[in-house]
Design a protein around this ligand. Structure first.
Ligand SMILES: *Cc1c(COP(=O)(O)O)cnc(C)c1O
Length: 385
């Protein structure tokens, strides 16, 4: 089946023939008799028992996303962070070592630099782009390599095939956060990556109405994680959120196509604008990781970051001047969102450290939506003025 058809497809309703699945808003499921209950708990009958252990809406979503990411299984969680932390705690144990990229989502960075330390897990942060750059940091204790590509907010890339090749050779698991592109534009498993995580809050949902997370991998990794992590930690996605997410995913391709098309036009205009010092967008000829992009991405995505001349004050002023774009964190919504990392998401990081990571005071992060591109441009141009 073509990828677009796979996105849109719904399942046959086992009950009354409704086109869209009903929402199974129930905490528990009835057993016809004691034997059925025993068989379900023994795993001999695939029926449902209790919504923390599985729910029809959550299962429908997990099956769809596993197919979209070319994995054998998927686990849905109540947030992107629940998926990331659950996945890491599922594969790691005391004494293990992790090599993590330096450019990570803030909460993931905190979890890896603080929380896992409490459990005797050691983490080295390195700014690698290739397997060659990663290799010297691998020790005989290294169990996991963790990174995002494109990273937040400078959109720098990591060559997944070269990292996966080195990791496979050494028996190390690779985990990639694929939130910024969605499964429509990039499939890490096809590049040899072992585990993919998503904040489904962003492009997969697309409508800013829920918080959710997903882990996709092989059966060998997902099955024990379902028993050990999803059931015991209990950070499950609720049936209503699973249903909303499933419906959101059905339009992922057209939302992504339009956002990306808009982003390309806006990035080309922004690059020439006199108020802009530097711009990060994978679709521009000037983008530094163009060669990596061509190897693994089906398109540049719809996230643009740009540095304003004039620094911090100019950034704040731009935030207060836009009218169509919404001043908010998060990304991947149908509506354009704008934020200023130096005064918002990355304000707690000291200025010198921020600048080392390319997070200048004048940096603006722009999540391009599906509005008319001329309207977004007019708004931005007016605010830049
Ligand atoms: C938002 C985000 C997360 C965290 O997801 P939540 O759904 O907010 O918990 C993780 N990684 C990336 C890249 C994100 O953008």
């Amino acid at each position: 089946m073509n990828y677009s058809s796979k996105l849109v497809k719904v399942n046959k309703d086992p009950g009354h023939g409704s086109h869209i699945s009903p929402v199974y808003m129930t905490s528990t499921f009835v057993f016809d008799n004691a034997e059925v209950g025993a068989q379900r708990f023994a795993g001999e009958d695939p029926g449902f028992m209790y919504s923390r252990l599985g729910n029809p809406n959550v299962r429908e979503l997990e099956e769809k996303v596993a197919a979209l990411e070319f994995g054998e299984g998927c686990l849905a969680f109540s947030s992107g962070m629940a998926a990331i932390t659950g996945c890491l705690l599922g594969v790691l144990q005391a004494g293990d070592h992790v090599v993590a990229h330096t450019a990570l989502y803030g909460a993931t960075h905190t979890f890896l630099s603080k929380t896992v330390k409490k459990f005797g897990i050691d983490v080295t942060f390195v700014p690698f782009k290739t397997g060659e750059e990663l290799e010297p940091h691998i020790t005989d204790k290294t169990k996991v390599v963790y990174f995002e590509t494109p990273s937040n907010p400078t959109l720098s890339l990591v060559d997944m095939k070269s990292v996966a090749a080195i990791a496979k050779q050494k028996g190390i698991l690779t985990i990639v956060d694929n939130t910024f592109l969605s499964p429509y534009l990039q499939n890490p498993i096809l590049c040899g990556i072992d585990i993919v995580v998503h904040s489904a809050t962003k492009y997969l949902s697309g409508h800013g109405y829920l918080i959710g997370g997903l882990v996709i991998s092989s059966k060998e990794i997902i099955d024990p994680m379902r028993k050990e992590v999803q059931k015991t930690m209990g950070a499950n996605l609720a049936p209503m959120d699973a249903w909303l997410l499933f419906q959101g995913i059905r339009t992922l391709h057209i939302r992504m196509d339009r956002s990306q098309e808009n982003a390309q036009i806006l990035a080309e205009r922004l690059e020439k604008h006199k108020a802009i010092e530097k711009i990060y967008f994978p679709g521009l000829a000037s983008f530094e990781d163009k060669n990596i992009m061509e190897k693994q991405m089906k398109g540049p995505g719809a996230m643009i970051s740009f540095v304003l001349k004039g620094g911090y004050e100019t950034g704040v002023k731009l935030m207060n001047s836009v009218k169509l774009s919404t001043l908010a964190v998060s990304l991947g919504d149908v509506g354009t969102l704008i934020q200023h990392p130096a005064s918002m998401t990355h304000a707690i990081i000291p200025k010198e450290e921020r600048e080392k990571a390319g997070l200048y005071d004048g940096l603006v992060r722009f999540s391009v939506g599906i509005e008319d591109v001329e309207d977004i441009w007019k708004d931005l141009e007016m605010a830049l003025e």
